[in-house]
Design a protein around this ligand. Sequence first.
Ligand code: ZN
Length: 410
Amino acid sequence: MTNDDQLRMILAGLSDLKERSPFYREKYRDLDLSAVKTWEDFRKLPMTDKHELRDAYPLGLQAVPEKDVVRIHSSSGTTGTPVIIPYTKQDVDDWSEMFERCYRMAGVTDMDRVHVTPGYGLWTAGVGFQAGAERLGAMVIPMGPGNTDKQIRMMQDLRSTVLCATSSYALLLAEEIEKRGVKESIRLRRALIGSERWGDKMRKRIASELGVKLYDIYGLTEIYGPGVGISCDCDSGIHYWSDFIYIEIIDPKTGKNVPDGETGEIVITTLRKQGAPLIRYRTHDLSRIIPGRCECGSEFPRIATLIGRTDDMVKVKGVNIFPGQIDEIISEAEGASSEYQVMIDHLNGRDIMTVFFETKLPAGEKEKLEGAVCDMFKSRVGLTIVAKAVPMGDLPRSEKKSNRIFDNRY
Ligand code: ZN
């Protein structure tokens, strides 16, 4: 799928978008979509954000006649009104085709037994994992979440070979298997992990405790659900299905597109979706395009593993900084532990970012490590910081990365 093919599909979709979708008829009321002809024109189209989808509750996004809708899914309504996405028969088929590709990318075959633990129902996860595995011809064990005893028993008795789970549930299962001393009777060899952003340390723990190869699956309910992309054997980012979705990366503050390779917000346009097509949908997920072809041989383009949400981003001296980047640097700095805290202050007319991190090193060696951390921030983020090494146990513990950054400027 070349860039030109994608543009052709986008323009074809735009040609009758206003007739199909009441939502976009209203949103793009003052725009002549037939005047959109180039990528430049397309990038000027106003983006679509989640609150607009919420305002369309319940079925304002529906872009096909009632008879063509076969199912709805809903994104979690943690902040109030949920978003309802209608699917046509074709949408459901397309989604399972993408999901089947994910399984193939992960080396799953029709001889595998796929243990599905994500939830079923309004949420897209469980049924998506199931449909793709069935399409592939594998045996699905549709567990859903919870009841750890039963999960482990079925895993043993049915000899599940593939685990589908969120990162936190995979970790919980790994710990329970360890605790019960039943690892010998578990046959898992691969795990498809989705729907949460998770650190490298957690990933390594799950992989080693379960003895599996891990694959990161990407997706969101507004755009089909999980399964629009997955990592490959080379662990070098997430391949996404560019014949179904178009991905661009923007600066979340300015809304402008950033060059390939630069980190920003993932914005997705659906290329074939019928029930609820979306144009330039802001995901608020942070990643970057990885230029070039992957060593695995796949021609599908890649984004990097997600590094956080736009809400967690801070801007210091004109540079966007994400908790995931700080995480990465601290975890790579030799001698630094994984605990850190960031203070951003405004003193004498300029921003100052101080990064505190813990270390076991003696006083004499701390300065060297501080210098190394400063250099890493300078070269990777393009920002001069103040690095302060503190003794182990000095910093408060927090589960959430975003709680480690304190912006004292406002
Ligand atoms: Zn690859």
